[in-house]
Design a protein around this ligand. Structure first.
Ligand code: SF4
Length: 384
């Protein structure tokens, strides 16, 4: 069988673990990687084409699916949009769709199981059963150390896609795959987690300092030259920051900053978006991060449609305070993602005075991020 992964810059982290799963278990499947349709059609049908995509990629996907269907390819899809809108995705023209965890179900499909919808929401996988990347094909990415999130932020798709029950990859498995990478001169360790300080934690909130210490110690001992933990792409929740965990990671990591989510300076907005922490908890976490010699990079989300000017002023005041303390501000714009509680509230809205203020902070180098591009994507999601 020929299996073509339709890879793009923004779906690599979804597809690479699946490529790893297929490559490690199904030797009779020929794997192809296509970065464009032109590349894809060089592998003629019969072949299966695998997609993973976000909701704002729908226009492009719709066109590709239409063209490839006419050429008799078998089309399958998983990922964030499909998980949130399975039946709508089928109507796009896919033959089979995969919701939630894809690894096990993709193998079942390739082994001949006939289903239209493969449900990876109920049947969750154990991360240790699958590789985090595909070293044999030189497809590397940060290692996913935890899948699922115990929090339920109203704007986030992660609890739907990964589930609310945490599944941690074991220390042995992480070290094993880092050693696999080392053999291919991959000396830098990065991780994916919804909350890296929750690694190994039973409740996903209180840090398991012993597990984090052991993990980082073993990675250093294995020969990793650089370790990045608590920074992109694995930020931390304010509730999980304590002095002990910061002192432990300081012994091993190369990152000088810690990425932490504040999202708003308004207690009212924090409640509405279900952040479950207060501004005070955020400020305590920031103090501890600074006291341990790290620079906090604090995430904010602008443009919740229910934000009032009072909320916006509170956010601006908090950002000014954080900047004076020595933090960096990482700016995002709200996107009403399918499958989230805020899907129906409309696209992001920022009054002109607020937009100008954010643009000014950005031009002064006090704030960075893709907040402008995300405003366009936000509108794309609602069609206006
Ligand atoms: S924003 Fe982060 S903490 Fe909140 S639900 Fe998503 S992954 Fe979990």
């Amino acid at each position: 069988m020929k299996l073509i992964f339709r890879i793009e810059k923004n779906n690599r982290y979804s597809l690479i673990p699946l490529i790893g799963a297929v490559h490690s278990r199904m030797k009779d499947v020929q794997i192809f990687i296509a970065k464009s349709v032109q590349e894809l059609v060089k592998v003629p049908p019969p072949a299966v084409v695998a997609y993973s995509f976000m909701s704002f990629d729908l226009d492009q996907i719709f066109k590709e699916v239409h063209d490839l269907k006419a050429m008799n390819y078998t089309l399958i899809a998983g990922g964030p949009h499909v998980t949130a809108k399975p039946y709508e995705s089928l109507r796009l023209g896919f033959d089979h769709i995969f919701v939630g965890d894809g690894e096990e179900n993709l193998l079942k499909f390739l082994n001949g199981e006939k289903k239209i919808v493969f449900d990876g929401l109920k049947d969750r996988i154990n991360l240790d059963d699958y590789p985090p990347f595909c070293a044999e094909l030189d497809l590397f990415m940060p290692i996913e150390i935890t899948r699922g999130c115990v929090f339920e932020c109203a704007y986030c798709e992660t609890p739907l896609i990964g589930g609310r029950k945490l599944r941690h990859r074991s220390i042995e498995s992480i070290v094993y795959y880092c050693e696999v990478g080392l053999k291919k001169n991959r000396y830098i360790a990065r991780f994916i987690s919804p909350n890296s300080f929750g690694y190994g934690s039973v409740d996903g909130i209180k840090p398991n300092v012993q597990a984090i210490d052991e993990l980082l110690f073993e990675l250093k001992r294995s020969g990793m030259k650089e370790i990045y933990f608590g920074t992109f792409p694995s930020d931390v929740r304010p509730e999980s920051v304590n002095d002990e965990v910061l002192k432990v990671i300081k012994k091993y990591v190369n990152n000088r900053s810690i990425v932490i989510g504040a999202q708003s300076g308004s207690e009212g907005i924090l409640k509405k978006i279900k952040r479950t922490h207060s501004v005070e908890i955020l400020l305590k976490a920031v103090d501890l991060i600074l006291a341990n010699g790290f620079t906090p990079q604090v995430d904010f989300i602008f443009g919740f449609p229910f934000e009032r000017d009072e909320d916006r002023y509170e956010t601006l005041n908090l950002m000014e305070k954080l900047l004076k303390m020595g933090c960096k501000i990482h700016a995002h714009t709200f996107m009403p993602l399918p499958g989230t509680e805020l899907e129906q509230v409309g696209s992001a809205f920022m009054p002109e005075w607020f937009r100008r203020k954010i643009a000014q902070l950005s031009s002064q180098g006090k704030l960075y991020g893709y907040w402008e591009k995300q405003q366009i994507l936000s509108q794309k999601l609602t069609g206006h």
